[in-house]
Write a protein that binds this ligand. Structure first.
Ligand code: ATP
Ligand code: MG
Length: 440
């Protein structure tokens, strides 16, 4: 005998999403789809693998993601450098450019799916995680910044999330950032002794990112650093103030955080994050902003854009934290099959039930060992009724020998009016299901 094969486990930081938890995921995704439709955003699905240069060029070389978090590999056949997408904005922009989608005007898009980052796994931080994101391309006005923030805000309301606050900032335009950058470098050089290793390394490559530091020892230093908002010109300030006025009119509260810079290089003007205090240091559930220069950077004709992405795991974690049970799906009916010889009839009959829109779980011979399958029969009526009950089904469809001899099936109520029974010709069971369906 060969030795027992070793048990294989999921990759560290990558999770299985199992029932009953998966019901919450499905519900969440449905709510998102419905809301996106109400805002007239359309779904886009891009590949999980993209050419590595897309992210290096798109996100910027001196970012956490590109420096240390990407899953990159070489295509074995042609040597092409590929990366599992760490985020989806770059892919969406690539697709929009590749298919010339802006030819006919602006686009409002959304996506959902897995992203991959090689981070230290902890609560709210995984190596495969899921994002839902919205991107609008081809719109330059502040109203679209506001619309995107209102979209996210509407989502929290639909989900019943409380304890989410909005932080807002403006990163201005490249020329304004250049002046701020010079002031920032001068300031940090004066205080070089207080910089940690990461900050020292970034001082001349990406000093703005030093403001984003999570190092508690550097907070006071960063707090007193020159603020970008003081370097904004008239046009940038006007854009920012219009976004604010629209949020004020819509009754969306926010605080201005002059240190909010976001992790990717591609942002300009408006940036924002939705934050909760209930998830510890992984409290940012959604972030985004304007990225008017990314499309050109990726090789397209210059066009303005705004986007955000939320972390699905963090949002679901927050919902769980807030309490409130996720209702679990239950079948409408459970098919009791006392004898295996009835199975061909049962399978056929249940197709008609399902075609009428009624859900039904069929009893099947249960075995925990591969070799034992089929050997243990269907189990007693009593054990089948127990399973029917445990399934939460409202009805049992009983395909007993007596019934089948008459060409019938018995429908027994398991919940409301428990015990009530009716008989139906097998050929009419679809009509029974249709009547049931029309009542609910
Ligand atoms: P953080 O500062 O927490 O690392 P980030 O700035 O890297 O976040 P974004 O790239 O803006 O995050 O991604 C948008 C959202 O995706 C985040 O606000 C967060 O909710 C979620 N997210 C990011 N990285 C992870 C991860 N490794 N695991 C789970 N969720 C994540
Ligand atoms: Mg990160």
């Amino acid at each position: 005998m060969a030795s027992k094969p070793e048990k294989l486990l999921a990759v560290k930081g990558m999770n299985d999403i199992l029932p009953p938890d998966s019901a919450r995921w499905e519900w969440f995704e449905q709510e998102v789809r419905a809301l996106m439709a109400r805002f007239a955003y359309r779904n886009i699905r891009t590949p999980i693998v993209e050419p590595t240069p897309l992210f290096v060029r798109g996100l910027g070389e001196v970012t956490d993601i590109v420096e240390k978090e990407m899953y990159s590999f070489e295509d074995r056949l042609n040597g092409e450098q590929l990366t599992l997408r760490p985020e989806c904005t770059a892919g969406v922009v690539r697709a929009v450019v590749e298919h010339n989608l802006l030819y006919e005007g602006g686009k409002r898009l959304y996506y959902m799916g897995p992203m991959f980052r090689h981070e230290r796994p902890q609560r709210g931080r995984y190596r495969q995680f899921h994002q839902i994101g919205a991107e609008t391309l081809g719109f330059a006005g502040p109203e679209i910044d506001a619309e995107m923030i209102l979209l996210a805000d509407a989502l929290w309301k639909v989900l019943g999330l409380t304890d989410v606050r909005l932080e807002l900032n403006s990163l201005g335009q490249p020329e304004e950032r250049k002046q701020h950058r010079a002031a920032l470098i001068a300031y940090f050089e004066q205080h070089a002794d207080q910089l940690d290793e990461d900050a020292r390394r970034r001082l001349h490559s990406n000093p703005l990112r030093i403001l984003d530091t999570k190092n508690p020892a550097m907070q006071a230093l960063v707090e007193a650093a020159p603020k970008l908002i003081d370097f904004l010109g008239e046009a940038s300030l006007a854009h920012f103030n219009q976004v604010r006025a629209m949020l004020d009119a819509a009754g969306v509260a926010y605080t201005i955080n002059p240190r909010l810079v976001r992790g990717m290089d591609y942002y300009n003007l408006t940036v924002f994050e939705f934050i909760t205090t209930r998830l510890g240091s992984q409290g940012t559930i959604c972030g985004g902003g304007r990225y008017d220069y990314l499309i050109e950077q990726i090789g397209g004709k210059p066009a303005p854009a705004v986007g955000w992405a939320l972390g699905v795991e963090r949002v679901l974690e927050l919902l769980k934290e807030q309490g409130g049970e996720q209702p679990q799906p239950v079948p409408d009916a459970y098919a009791i099959v006392p004898d295996a010889s009835a199975l061909p009839t049962v399978l056929k009959c249940l197709q008609a039930v399902r075609a009428a829109g009624v859900s039904v779980q069929m009893h099947a011979a249960h075995s925990t060992s591969a070799q034992g399958a089929g050997g243990e029969g269907m189990g007693s009526m009593k054990s089948q009724f127990k399973k029917a009950d445990a399934s939460g089904a409202h009805y049992a469809l009983i395909f007993g020998a007596d019934e089948l001899a008459r060409g019938e099936v018995t429908v027994k109520a398991l919940r409301d009016g428990v015990g009530a029974q009716t008989c139906h010709p097998l050929a009419d069971v679809g009509a029974w299901a249709a009547r049931l369906q029309s009542r609910t």
